[in-house]
Design a binder for this molecule. Structure first.
Ligand code: GLY
Length: 586
C-alpha cells in the first residue's frame, strides 16, 4: 500500500496501531468480501498526473476522460456534476445547488463558489409554522413549499467561465448521452425509489419518470430520462439562460405553483452564484482551505482542528478513548456554536474570524477535562427527528479532482434529502430540491438532520439556508496535498474532519482514511454516534466511564478523498466503501 510519507504528520514510525486491522476488516465487510480479501480492495488508486474520486462511477469515468483531453480540474468537476444529476438523482441535480472550493496552482489562488439555493422572494419566517404556531416539519421536507431557487446550473457556468478550458457543450455531453440512452440502475437507486415511494414522498410527475406504469424498477433495469436529456442539450447549447428563463424555468414554476409553492420566474431569473473568500486554517503544518458561510462546514472544520491541535492524537492512537474523547468534545462545542452563530452572511453578521481564531479554540479547550465530558449536550424538545435515526438519512454527493497542473476542485452537490422535495418539473426531467429544510423553521426546532439552529438561519426572502457541506483542500505551502468532502447532512463536517485527522495525525493512506470507522457528535441530541461495530467494547466502556452516551448508526458519510504522496510523486485516491463510488487516477 502507498503510504502518505510526505505529509508532515505526528505519526510515530514503527508504532503499532491496533485498530488498523479492524479498519481492514471493516472495509472488507462493507465491500461484502471475506476479511482475507481485504488487501484486494484496500490499495488506494494511483495517478501520476491527476485523480478523480467521485461518489458514482459513471461520473468519475466521464470526469477523468475530461482530464485526459486536457480539461482542467474545474472542467472535470463540471462534467461529474452533470453526470451525477443523471445517475444519482436521489442526491444532487439541476434542481439543487452546490458548494465548490478550488485551487488555481498557476495563480496560487484558492477560491470558493457558492451555488447554494435561495429562498423564494415570497418566503416568510412563518411559512413552516401551523396555525397553532408550531413547526409542521414535513412542509419544509416534501412538496412545493420545500423548494428553494436552484443554484447548481448557474454555479457550474460561473466556474466554467472562470476556470474552464474545454468547451461547455463538451462538458455536458456525457450527461446528455447517459440521460438519453439510459443506464442500468444500481441497487442503491432502486432501493431508494422503493423506500421513498413507501414513504409517499414521490409526486405523480416524479413517478411518471421513475416508476413507469406504477411499477418500481428492479436493480439492472434501464433508466432512460428523455426529458432530462433534452434539458441538458438545451443547457449545452444556450448556457444557463436556457434554465433560468424560458420554457424550462416556466415548467419548474408551474410545477411548484400548482402544488401551492412560492417559486416564480423572477426568482429564477435573479439567481446568481457568489464567489466568496474561502475559510483558511492551519493544522499540523498544513493550510486547510474550506467553504465559508452560508456553509457552516469550513468554519467548524477549522474550529475543531484548532481545538484538537493541542492534543497528541497520534500518540493516543486511532480508535482509542484518548483520541475519541477530545474529538467528540470538540465536535460538541463546534456544533453548539453552529446553532448559535451561523447563517447566511449576506443577511446576518456571522463572527467568522472569532469562531476560527486561536483565542476561541483556546477558551473552548480550556474548559475540557481529560477524565470526563465537560459540558452536557442538549436533547431536542420532541425527540430526535425520524430522518436522523433512519439507516439512510442522508443525501448530497461529492467529487474531488486534481489535474496535471496541480489545480484542484472539491465540489459538494445536493438537492438535500433523498430525491429532494419528491417533485419533478414535468417535461424537463428536473427534480426539485427541498433545501428550505436547511433553514430553522423556528428557532431551536431541529431540521431533518436533527440540527438545532437559531435566528441567524431564520427564513427570509432571497436568503441562503445554512449548509454543512465541507468541500476542503489541504495545502503544503503552495501545493494541494489533500482534497476531501462528503455527503451526509449533519455528519458531513465530522466525516471530513476525520478524513483529515486520519491522514495527518494517524498516517493512514487514502483508503484507510476513508474506511476507518467514524464517530460523530452534533451537540443536540445529547448522545454521540458511532458506526455499528465501529468501536471496540472496551473503548466504548472507557468513553461511557467519562460520561459519553452513544447511539449507533450503520454508516456515517461517504468521503471522497485524494492524498498526494510526494515521495512517490503520485496522487492516491479512495472512495469511501460506505458508498458505491470510485477513485480513478491517470
Ligand atoms: N443539504 C445539506 C447541507 O447543505 O448541509
Amino acid at each position: 500500500m502507498i503510504r502518505s510519507t510526505t505529509l508532515r504528520t505526528t505519526r510515530r514510525t514503527g508504532r503499532r496501531n491496533d485498530c488498523l486491522g479492524g479498519v481492514l476488516v471493516f472495509t472488507a465487510l462493507l465491500a461484502g468480501l471475506p476479511a482475507a480479501d481485504a488487501a484486494a480492495v484496500d490499495a488506494p488508486a494511483r495517478g501520476r498526473r491527476g485523480m478523480v474520486v467521485c461518489a458514482e462511477p459513471a461520473a468519475g469515468h466521464a470526469a477523468v476522460a475530461v482530464l485526459r483531453e486536457g480539461g482542467s480540474a474545474a472542467d472535470a468537476a463540471i462534467t461529474a456534476a452533470f453526470v451525477l444529476a443523471v445517475t444519482e438523482p436521489y442526491a444532487s441535480g439541476l434542481g439543487g445547488g452546490g458548494l465548490i472550493v478550488g485551487y488555481d496552482r498557476h495563480e496560487r489562488r484558492a477560491y470558493a463558489l457558492d451555488a447554494r439555493e435561495t429562498a423564494p422572494a415570497a418566503a416568510t419566517p412563518q411559512m413552516f409554522l401551523g396555525d397553532d404556531g408550531t413547526v409542521v416539519a414535513d412542509r419544509s421536507r416534501t412538496g412545493a413549499l420545500s423548494v428553494a431557487v436552484p443554484g447548481l446550473v448557474r454555479g457550474l457556468w460561473q466556474l466554467h467561465q472562470s476556470c474552464g478550458r474545454l468547451p461547455w457543450p463538451r462538458l455536458l455531453a456525457p450527461a446528455v448521452t447517459l440521460a438519453r440512452d439510459g443506464f442500468a440502475m444500481p441497487e442503491m437507486l432502486t432501493a431508494r425509489l422503493a423506500e421513498q415511494h413507501a414513504l409517499g414522498r414521490l409526486a405523480a410527475d416524479f413517478q411518471a419518470v421513475f416508476l413507469p406504469q406504477g411499477r418500481l424498477p428492479d436493480p439492472g433495469d434501464r433508466l432512460v430520462q428523455g426529458d432530462l436529456a433534452r434539458t441538458l442539450s438545451q443547457l449545452a447549447q444556450a448556457g444557463p439562460a436556457a434554465f433560468y428563463t424560458g420554457e424550462i424555468a416556466a415548467a419548474m414554476v408551474a410545477a411548484v405553483q400548482a402544488a401551492g409553492g412560492l417559486l416564480t420566474t423572477d426568482d429564477l431569473a435573479a439567481y446568481r452564484a457568489v464567489w466568496r473568500e474561502p475559510i483558511r486554517g492551519h493544522y499540523r503544518g498544513h493550510t486547510v482551505v474550506s467553504m465559508p458561510p452560508p456553509s457552516s462546514g469550513g468554519v467548524h472544520l477549522v474550529q475543531m482542528l484548532n481545538i484538537l491541535a493541542d492534543f497528541d492524537l497520534a500518540a493516543a492512537g486511532y480508535g482509542s478513548a484518548e483520541a475519541w474523547h477530545p474529538m467528540l468534545e470538540a465536535m460538541k462545542l463546534a456544533y453548539r456554536d453552529r446553532s448559535l452563530y451561523l447563517g447566511d452572511p449576506d443577511f446576518s453578521t456571522v463572527p467568522v474570524d472569532w469562531l476560527i481564531s486561536r483565542a476561541r479554540a483556546d477558551s473552548l479547550r480550556a474548559g475540557l477535562r481529560h477524565d470526563r465530558v465537560a459540558m452536557p449536550a442538549e436533547e431536542p424538545a420532541g425527540g430526535v427527528p425520524a430522518a436522523v435515526v433512519s439507516p439512510e438519512p442522508e443525501h448530497t454527493t461529492h467529487v474531488s479532482v486534481v489535474d496535471a497542473d496541480g489545480n484542484a476542485v472539491a465540489a459538494t452537490l445536493t438537492i438535500n434529502l433523498v430525491f429532494g422535495s419528491g417533485m419533478l418539473a414535468a417535461g424537463t426531467g428536473v427534480i426539485l430540491n427541498d433545501q428550505m429544510d436547511d433553514f430553522a423553521a423556528a428557532a431551536h426546532a431541529p431540521n431533518a438532520f436533527g440540527l438545532i439552529q437559531g435566528e441567524a438561519n431564520a427564513v427570509a426572502p432571497g436568503k441562503r439556508p445554512l449548509s454543512s457541506m465541507t468541500p476542503t483542500l489541504v495545502l503544503d505551502r503552495d501545493d494541494v496535498v489533500l482534497v476531501a468532502g462528503s455527503p451526509g447532512g449533519s455528519v458531513i463536517i465530522t466525516a471530513t474532519l476525520q478524513a483529515i485527522i486520519h491522514v495527518l495525525d494517524f498516517g493512514m493512506d487514502a483508503r484507510q482514511a476513508v474506511s476507518a470507522p467514524r464517530v460523530h457528535h452534533q451537540w443536540s441530541p445529547a448522545d454521540a454516534w458511532h458506526e455499528s461495530f465501529g468501536m471496540s467494547p472496551s473503548t466504548r466502556r472507557e468513553l461511557e466511564r467519562r460520561g459519553h452516551t452513544f447511539r449507533t448508526r450503520p454508516l456515517m458519510g461517504n468521503v471522497q478523498l485524494i492524498v498526494r504522496d510526494r515521495a512517490a510523486g503520485i496522487w492516491t485516491g479512495a472512495s469511501d466503501p460506505r458508498g458505491m463510488g470510485l477513485a480513478i487516477g491517470y
